[in-house]
Structure formats: structure tokens, C-alpha cells
Design a protein around this ligand. Structure first.
Ligand code: CP
Length: 307
């Protein structure tokens, strides 16, 4: 039995296969429409979500399976004090696979340790968000044609943004990747990622505060929101929240083929006037999230679909 805790749980070759499968699902949805008939996905969300929960559910429904679950800790027996370990042992009796989001870092590892079904980490605190990373990789590979030889700007809350942490870990395995880390001083990428991931792998990167300085050199701009829920006080959040706003004027500084990604939800960091720019692909990215989660469910359940 296999879980997905981190994007590094798959080798580069396995990731290629998964992304190939997602692209095939996109092209031939009917072929996969009954692949998970009789199977159940449980979505265990202790934190709010729109895309991650609903795209996992859409993925299982598209595969002909069924879904069950809860969308907040308050609506589950966690509110009565039940542990993650006991919850997952129970859910293992009801479902074939589970996607879990939890505010505490490492909680999905605890779930996996007590589970008899595959567990998908759908976000654990400020730590990892591997299915978002699969989504980001599929989006970049499908629209850019490659995952190597890229200069990627990561902008916004690089301290608490778990999507950024997972994406960096996944991309450093490809050739000729460079990062431009765009953040205010208070929201810099954690030092353990700068040292243990970027420096240890000799990945070129620079840190800048001004987005305008970085834009002309980028193949990909990955925007993130400031993670209000992880701040210790409201005053700091209010000071930081509108630090970056990507608008039409800033897009003029970028290459004509630079792609703008965002894991969403967006707050103010991308002006809605950018949405019509063909380089703004964040809603396409949300759609790729369904295909890649379909591929992931098939892979973790060890189900193959013949032509
Ligand atoms: N990208 C993402 O994780 O969105 P949700 O919080 O809506 O699931």
C-alpha cells in the first residue's frame, strides 16, 4: 500500500508516468469513466478548502466511484476530542482511499501510520501540499512543454505558503532550474528550504523584494496569497496582505510567453484585470487539478485501464 505525503514520494520517472496518465485522462475521459466503480474516496478536511476537496471528489466521481467525508473539524468527532489515529482507523473501515487536510504539520503522517487504506496529504499546516504540486507540474508541463530549463519566480508568502515549499522540492530534481524568490523580509522562504533543498542541490536562486525587478527574466510567475490563518496577529497580516498586487501594468514588464500560476484562492494579489491575459492560467490550473488527482487515485489504488 502506498500513500502520498510529499511530492518526493514519487521518483521523477514515476511522476512522468503520472502526468502522462493525467494527460491521457484529459484527452479520453470516457475511457476512465468506470475505472473506480464500487470504490469510495473519503475526504477528511479539518481545514477549509474549495479546490482540493472538490477536485478530489470530482476526480473520484469522474472515475465512477463514490465519495463521503466531512468538510470541517467541527462537523466530525474531532470536535469531541477524537484523535486523528482513531478517526483514520475508523474511516479505513468505510472507504478505499482518503484525502486528508489538517492544520497541524505532520498530521497526515500520523494518519498514514494508522491507516489500512492509502492516504493522500491534501495539505498539512504550513508544511506540504503535494497534490497541488502535482497540479502545478501538470500545468507547467502541459502548457510550457517541459519541466526543465525554467526560471521560476515565486512571489508572496514564501514563509507559510506550503504550495511553494512542495513545488520547490519537486522542481529541483529537473535540469537547469533557477528560482527568483520574491517576498518581503518577514515572509522569506524558511531557512531549512534555502539550505537543505536549494543550497544542498546547488540550485541557483536570488531573493528580491520588488516584483518589478524579477518579472522580465521569468518563464513562470507563481503567485501566492498571504496566509492569514497562519499569522499570530491580525496587525502583521494587515500590514503584509497587499504587499504584492499583479496588475496589467506589471504584466507589461514580463515576457510574452511567461505563465502566471496561482494555487488559489486569490485575495488581492492578482488584479481581476489580469484574468483575461492569455498568460494568466490559474483557472486552467484548477482544471488540471482534477485530471492529476484522477491519475493519482488510479495509481494509489493500483488500477490500470487498458485501451
Ligand atoms: N489550492 C488550494 O489548496 O485551494 P483550496 O484551499 O481551496 O483547497
Amino acid at each position: 500500500m502506498r500513500h502520498l505525503m510529499s511530492p518526493l514520494d514519487f521518483s521523477v520517472e514515476e511522476l512522468d508516468q503520472l502526468l502522462d496518465l493525467a494527460n491521457d485522462i484529459e484527452k479520453n475521459p470516457a475511457k476512465y469513466a468506470h475505472a473506480c466503480a464500487g470504490k469510495k474516496l473519503a475526504t477528511l478536511f479539518y481545514e477549509p478548502s474549495t479546490r482540493t476537496r472538490l477536485s478530489h471528489e470530482a476526480a473520484m466521481l469522474n472515475l465512477g466511484g463514490s465519495v463521503l467525508g466531512f468538510s470541517s473539524a467541527e462537523s466530525s468527532s474531532a470536535a469531541k476530542g477524537e484523535s486523528v489515529a482513531d478517526t483514520i482507523r475508523t474511516v479505513s473501515c468505510y472507504a478505499d482511499i482518503a484525502a486528508m487536510r489538517h492544520p497541524k504539520e505532520g498530521s497526515t503522517m500520523v494518519a498514514a501510520a494508522h491507516s489500512s487504506i492509502p492516504i493522500i496529504n491534501a495539505g498539512d499546516g504550513g508544511h506540504q501540499h503535494p497534490t497541488q504540486t502535482l497540479t502545478d507540474l501538470l500545468t507547467i508541463r502541459s502548457l510550457k512543454g517541459r519541466l526543465d530549463h525554467l526560471t521560476i519566480g515565486l512571489c508572496g508568502d514564501l514563509k507559510f505558503g506550503r504550495t511553494v515549499h512542495s513545488l520547490i522540492q519537486a522542481l529541483v530534481r529537473y535540469e537547469n532550474i533557477e528560482f527568483v524568490l520574491i517576498s518581503p523580509e518577514e515572509l522569506r522562504l524558511p531557512s531549512y528550504i534555502r539550505h537543505d533543498v536549494l543550497k544542498r542541490n546547488n540550485i541557483p536562486y536570488k531573493e528580491v523584494v520588488r516584483m518589478e525587478e524579477a518579472l522580465p527574466d521569468l518563464d513562470i510567475l507563481y503567485m501566492t496569497r498571504v496566509q492569514k490563518e497562519r499569522f499570530f496577529n491580525e496587525e502583521d497580516y494587515v500590514r503584509m496582505k497587499d504587499f504584492y498586487i499583479l496588475d496589467k501594468a506589471k504584466m507589461e514588464l514580463a515576457n510574452k510567453d511567461m505563465l502566471v500560476l496561482h494555487p488559489l484562492p486569490r485575495v488581492n494579489e492578482i488584479s481581476v484585470e489580469v484574468d483575461d491575459d492569455p498568460r494568466a492560467v490559474y483557472f486552467k490550473q484548477a482544471k488540471y487539478g482534477v485530471y492529476v488527482r484522477m491519475a493519482l487515485i488510479l495509481t494509489l489504488l493500483n488500477i490500470s485501464v487498458e485501451d
